[in-house]
Write a protein that binds this ligand. Sequence first.
Ligand code: NAD
Length: 464
Amino acid sequence: MSTILEYTPLATIEQYHADLQRTFKSNKCRPESYRRTQLLQLAYMIQENEARMIDAFYKDLGRPKEEVTFIETHIMIGACVYAIKNLRKWMKTEYAPMDMVTGILTPRITKDPKGVGLIIGPFNYPIYCTVSPLMGAIAAGCPCVIKMSEIVPNISALFEELVAKYLDNDAYRVVNGGVQETTKLLELKWDQIFFTGSGRVGKIVATAAAQHLTPVSLELGGKSPVIVDSTANIDVAARKILWGKTVNGGQTCVAPDYVLVSEDCADRLVEAFKKTYAKFYPEGAGKSASFGRIVDHRSFDRLKDIMDRSKAELLCGGESDRDTKFIAPSIYVNVSKEDALMESELFGPILPIVTVKNVQEAVEYVRQGPSPLVIYVFTTDGKTKEYIRTWTRSGGLMVNDVIIQAASDPVPFGGTGDSGYGAHHGRAAFDTFTHHRTMMEAPRIAELFMALRYPPYTAKNYVR
Ligand code: NAD
């Protein structure tokens, strides 16, 4: 247990659950004005405490300031503002198009809060991965508990303090702790669970939720490939891929995990990576203020073991230091598909480059594995884009860039198959915590037609 982070007592977790149930039943979170106020408070909470967040991120992940503001704080303030702007539209009752059978009953869909939510966050983007679903829960009118990751203690302690200060404590509480605390949370009955993390823990969460028939969203990871063909702008591709691989020390769910490059441009890409690497880290990554650290020794050892077992050729990087949890961005070439680097999600600053004959071979390889969170494609050929879209499966598809798709409010963000199910961002987050409740109403005149349904079912009642 961390000394910075106070774990929430198990009895308190039960109390939070009971309190939030009571709040939900009181309808306190339902009015639009309440939701607006809380969303605004959430945005202010981040804006007014950005400097403290930057400090906490540095302590936990050695993360450069720019990577905190760019990928966590600014995006999440924007997400809250986007929700405030669209809230009325999202909450609006939808009337069904007229149909002959039930049209007279004016069928409609009301947007009802599902109940009390539970959000479980990972260590790598602890603000983005909890605030985005929390925005959805608030917008939907749901109280909720947010369970932060224990392996980023400075950030999680700060988040607990700030939520208590900025949000309505009748409805929003933070739980801190590890496996024991999460297990306690999972024993309780929630109305929606939103989990972000590994597939291994995702299965534990989904199994526990099933005991209560609780709906779950699972935002998981996986090996997201990059396919590069010779029509791409190779220099720009190398720049984007290397940035995507090294931001947050490579600990990004949508990081490009490995590259599949067609052989007719493989040499050019390798050269471009070498040049880009020298530009990014002129004095070496160890001295760079623009490169973070591995979160803990367990993750460091896992990555080091993979590097040690790899039989591929090291192009750049390779240095490491266990004391400071530093692993240099490391690019490997001549990587075989059976290499240790290709076994599972790397989740660190290691980039394997696999040369394939052509895009067809790349697609064939991707199709054999679990469906990734995203597939990246660098090409200018329209047919290639469409071919890859049609013959593969993934949470998202990004052409000629990386990671930036995870910053868009208007489109859903989520996985499919092994990379999870459910989604967040904007309306998708609102919908996750909303029950789309069908409502109809029979006017008195409807009985004229509906009387036909009553027995006895004799010919006189029915026109055949
Ligand atoms: P993790 O699965 O180890 O932990 C996630 C949460 O589960 C933490 O809050 C942790 O305390 C809790 N937990 C851990 N073990 C548990 C257990 N046995 N029982 C109950 N709860 C438990 O994930 P992580 O290491 O924090 O995050 C890395 C993973 O998350 C990567 O696979 C990454 O791809 C994925 N991820 C996905 C997304 C996405 O949006 N899809 C975003 C960020 C991270």
